[in-house]
Write a new protein. Structure first.
Ligand SMILES: Cc1cc2nc3c(=O)[nH]c(=O)nc-3n(C[C@H](O)[C@H](O)[C@H](O)COP(=O)(O)OP(=O)(O)OC[C@H]3O[C@@H](n4cnc5c(N)ncnc54)[C@H](O)[C@@H]3O)c2cc1C
Ligand code: SF4
Length: 469
């Protein structure tokens, strides 16, 4: 803690987003960066608390006070070493982590002005790449093998950890490239895909082998498909049982492939899509992939309705804007969360359930809460609108889930295209041989990149323990 009074005199300063008129026309990252001086000044605000809640709040156990201090003192290399002692990919979390550590920062709990850990993290790793601190680390081999199924954040962190421990690691991925939802879900305006490619080049040089278009089946009998993606490795199929015989350990990191559906009348109409149909296709188009006109999911000149008020819905809004939509409405079945830095009914250490306004919301969107969807309406097979009903939630006298009460009459929201962004089903897995492990969203249900990374590290340690017996 180089400057013990900084937190008293210096306020939180975020880099902020590019202006709307500038960013809305492209898919470049919306977030800006501070210059090095301002970044170090921000790092100086960290109080180096005796009991740092941020260590505990970060699922990776990252140590912001330690690297913020090094950053403030201008020792970027030390900051990089401290950061990567717990986090394999700070370039991902530094861009898209909701910063659980900042919610736990004492400066948030007292002043609502936490340290800028996430942005500091991103600055440290980007500086490290620029200055060549990031080196290829070739480990010595221990003669054992591991196969990781799925190359999302959980798979990449498992593979990295096992590789560094000396295992010969192969990653089998159904899609044509690695990254999981980092590449085929999260829009480029939040995470430029070159950031993933840069890391993959390093991992390959470090000896991890990636095989694409390989569809791993959970059992010899079943043929679980990955939702909405007919392009997936249909030709190369292999079962987990076969892999468990061939490799010393198998780690399943296949995420949550099934999106929650809305099975109301009219679901079959042309124009009703899962959010990931839009998001994964848009990212693929930006990567140079071509689609036939009939296959394109595009919001140009359309009235867009997003069903689901969370982050996936927000990513659909930003994408629809960039495609040139006419209007966007987002509806959510739950009530509007309280506005403000905190909800007294839900104090820390609970996650602050307050209204979140993302860069995509700022770009323009009608947001409504307490809206239930009743029916998709259409003409000649094409969607024209959605019949919805305003509702209220009342406490259930018998306890449990609150009761939904209808308010007023149903109404119609005009829509040419709908995106369903209502979350993902928790995967269920059959019983596996004892050398099969599960990590990330595949184990815990849909969550966050930082949790997937943490889960990958934890499972890699378990695999190592198991194979070192
Ligand atoms: C639209 C969207 C936006 C999000 N935004 C954020 C955000 O801003 N911040 C954040 O922290 N989190 C965000 N998340 C959540 C985050 O992306 C996930 O929690 C995280 O990616 C989970 O990592 P994972 O590796 O467990 O699974 P995934 O990322 O889903 O990766 C699973 C991988 O396994 C592959 N696979 C699946 N089945 C098979 C099979 N049978 N054979 C071979 N390969 C297979 C898939 O192709 C995929 O590459 C977002 C999620 C979505 C959907
Ligand atoms: S990964 Fe997320 S929670 Fe952990 S230190 Fe970074 S921003 Fe904070």
């Amino acid at each position: 803690m180089g400057n013990p009074k900084a937190f008293l005199t210096i306020g939180r300063k975020e880099a902020g987003y590019r202006p709307i008129h500038d960013r809305i026309h492209d898919f470049g990252e919306v977030e800006q960066t501070l210059n090095s001086n301002d970044r170090r000044t921000q790092a100086s605000r960290c109080m180096d608390c005796g009991v740092p809640f941020c260590h505990w709040a970060c699922p990776l156990g990252n140590k912001p006070p330690e690297w913020n201090d090094a950053l403030y003192k201008g020792d970027w290399e030390l900051a990089y070493k401290l950061l990567t002692a717990t986090n394999d990919f700070p370039e991902f979390t530094g861009r898209i982590c909701p910063a659980l550590c900042e919610k736990a920062c004492i400066l948030n709990l007292t002043e609502h002005e936490p340290t800028t850990n996430r942005e500091d993290e991103c600055a440290i790793i980007e500086h490290a790449f620029q200055e060549d601190f990031v080196k290829v680390r070739i480990p010595s081999r221990n003669g054992k093998t591991a196969v990781v199924i799925g190359a999302g954040p959980a798979g990449l962190s498992t593979a990295t950890q096992l590789n560094q421990k000396g295992y010969k690691v192969t990653v089998l991925e159904a899609r044509e490239n690695a990254g999981g939802l980092l590449r085929y879900g999260i829009p480029n305006f939040k995470l430029n895909k070159e950031i993933i490619n840069r890391r993959l080049r390093l991992l390959e040089e470090e000896g991890i082998e990636f095989k694409y278009g390989v569809h791993v089946l959970e059992s010899d009998k079943s043929d679980t498909n990955i939702q909405n993606d007919p392009t997936l490795g249909k030709d190369k199929k292999v079962s987990i049982q076969e892999l468990a015989k061939k490799y010393d350990a198998v780690v399943l990191c296949t995420g949550t492939p099934t999106a929650r559906d809305l099975k109301i009348p009219g679901r079959e109409l042309n124009g009703v899509h899962f959010a990931l149909e839009l998001l994964s296709q848009q990212n693929r188009v930006l990567a140079g992939m071509e689609f036939k006109k009939g296959e394109l999911v595009n919001a140009k000149d359309k009235n867009v309705l997003v069903i689901g008020g969370g982050d996936t819905g927000s990513d659909c809004i930003g994408t629809a804007h960039r495609q040139g939509c006419k209007s966007v409405t987002q509806i959510e079945i739950m009530p509007k969360p309280p506005v403000g830095p905190e909800d007294p009914k839900n104090p820390w250490p609970n996650w602050p359930r307050t209204l979140k306004t993302t860069s995509s919301h700022e770009e323009g969107c009608t947001r409504r809460w307490n809206i239930n969807s009743l029916e998709f309406l259409g003409k000649d097979g094409k969607l024209t609108g959605v019949k919805v009903q305003e509702i209220d939630w009342k406490p259930n006298p018998e306890g449990g889930r609150p009761l939904m009460i209808e308010k007023g009459k149903p109404e119609i929201i005009k829509a040419d295209i709908v995106f369903l962004a209502m979350g993902f089903l928790r995967p269920e897995h059959p019983e596996f041989p004892e050398n099969v492990f599960i990590a990330g969203d595949a184990a815990n249900g849909a969550s966050l990149v930082v949790r997937a990374l943490a889960s990958g590290r934890k499972i890699a340690a378990e695999v190592d323990k198991y194979l070192s017996k």
